[in-house]
Design a protein around this ligand. Sequence first.
Ligand code: SAM
Length: 273
Amino acid sequence: MNYRHAFHAGNFADCMKHALLVSLLGHFLRKPSPFMVLDTHAGIGRYDMTSEEAGKTQEWKEGIGLLAEEGPDSPLAPWLELVKKAGGPRYYPGSPLLASLMLRPQDELICCEKHPDDKRKLYGLFTRTPNVFVHERDGYEALRALLPPKTAKRGLVLIDPPFEEPGEFARLLEAVQTIRTRFPTGMIAIWYPIKHRTPVRAFHTALQDAGVPDVLAAELLIRKPVDPDRLNGAGLVVIKPPYGFAEQASAQLARLKTLLHAEDVTVTQITAE
Ligand code: SAM
């Protein structure tokens, strides 16, 4: 486990993931009934853009560093307001902190983080937040233990692995099947890197072949994916997206394309409802 998200927090891939995540969670707030968020690969929750790690790669400068001046009508505004609330621009909120800021008292966030140091930092962030639970455990294994949710009928499972070991797409496919069996009504969001097209196409085809209905893929390419050694883009597969999310995602990605000087953005229905 060499991957540390502190080197990459706030980069273009985080921006697209987190803007879309806030839109997804916003749909749960339309009804008073409780919802649960399970963040299987949670990271440390809050990242200091003046840290040694952030300074070493400076990836945030090509991400959140380009997005400061959005007005209230921007499709990115709900997410950027939360970034500010979490201490931005110095501190950049990761997925668990963003989700926690959207919870109501009846909702719940469960985070899994396998790295002991990162788990300690994440735990420290939520010591005073009663409806956020932090586990030091394998996020994939946790699916069987933590689903279906005990306190809610609605919910989102976010899977955001580091892709540092081979076989991650296969593990993701297995995770999708586990979630669909244990929590059939649950929404699923899966982040993936786009280095080159072939493994991503294979993942989409595998979801089709497995008969997973209602799959949407939102992608942002920062440059043409011709050099497989670079992170050329990122995608978020959403299974059971809420009504209206595709349009929201398109608007958010179009704005990100302009502000991040990206090559291309797409929102594609991979399988029908
Ligand atoms: N979701 C976070 C966000 O958006 O702010 C970023 C997560 S980062 C891409 C992936 C994290 O997963 C790292 O902090 C890493 O330590 C952790 N990790 C790696 N393998 C894991 C596993 N099997 N289970 C849980 N966490 C894992």
